[in-house]
Write a protein that binds this ligand. Structure first.
Ligand code: PGA
Length: 251
């Protein structure tokens, strides 16, 4: 059985102090989330150490939002896999649409980052998704399948078994306009079957996920949780979301 994951992507929000304040409030609330649901927080790089120090029980896992593919080198401003591992980071988001759109992360770069994450003992959360023009042109499946195949190219069966995927329609991110759950499920089933060996890989839905709508997603056969932006910034709201996601699966 695939695991259920609720991952909070904080993007460029929260200083280290604000992040620590969140965690102190969130941890007691997270005790009410069924244990089978994995909870992940992905703060900005500058808050990773502060959050890591507070996540001593392992109930909530730490993720980063991006990484460089080289282990070290003259890459001003970049952060490598070993640096993340050293801080207790477990997951790393790669290929988020904001990285693709604003920072030039091509399919080739996403592939390098995915492989580097695995080589450094990190679990990549590989994000794919179509823009509105691509969707309106009826090319959603073709687009996300191409992104998925490109990101996973060259990985061994053992490496594929360790990844997590996220389907995030770009037009649904931060817009309040979420994708119909059945439609997301259909796209995710196409993603799951486009590369052999993804049967047991969790696929998360992302794009305007809230405590009020997460259960409709996790009730779908192919959806194994959420990659959550805005609704992960408040500890009570995110805890509520994690509980709602879990209720749907166990009912
Ligand atoms: P959102 O962001 O939940 O604010 O739409 C999701 C994401 O970008 O991962």
């Amino acid at each position: 059985m695939r695991r259920l994951i609720c991952a909070g992507n904080w993007k460029m929000y929260k200083t280290a102090h604000e992040a620590a304040d969140f965690v102190k409030i969130f941890l007691p609330l997270a005790a009410a989330v069924p244990f089978a649901t994995e909870i992940v927080l992905c703060p900005p790089f500058t808050a990773l150490a502060a959050v890591s120090h507070l996540l001593t029980t392992g109930r909530v896992r730490l993720g980063a939002q991006d990484m460089h593919w080289e282990r070290s080198g003259a890459f001003t401003g970049e952060i490598s896999g070993p640096m993340l591992r050293d801080l207790g980071v477990h997951y790393v988001i790669v290929g988020h649409s904001e990285r693709r759109e604003y920072f030039g992360d091509t399919d080739a770069i996403v592939r390098l980052k995915t492989a580097a994450a695995l080589e450094n003992g990190l679990t990549p959360i590989v994000a794919v998704g179509e823009t509105l023009p691509v969707r309106d042109a009826g090319n959603t499946s073709e687009h996300v399948i191409a992104q998925t195949r490109a990101a996973l190219e060259g990985l061994s069966a053992m490496q594929l078994a360790r990844i997590v995927l996220a389907y995030e329609p770009v037009w649904a991110i931060g817009t309040g306009r979420n994708c119909d759950p059945a439609e997301a499920n259909k796209v995710m089933s196409e993603i799951r079957s486009c590369v052999p060996g993804l049967d047991d890989v969790p696929i998360l839905y992302g794009g305007s996920v809230k405590a009020e709508n997460i259960a409709a997603y996790t009730a779908q056969s192919e959806i194994d949780g959420g990659l959550v932006g805005g609704a992960s910034l408040d500890p009570a709201v995110f805890a509520q979301l994690c509980i709602a996601a879990s209720a749907s699966v166990s009912s």
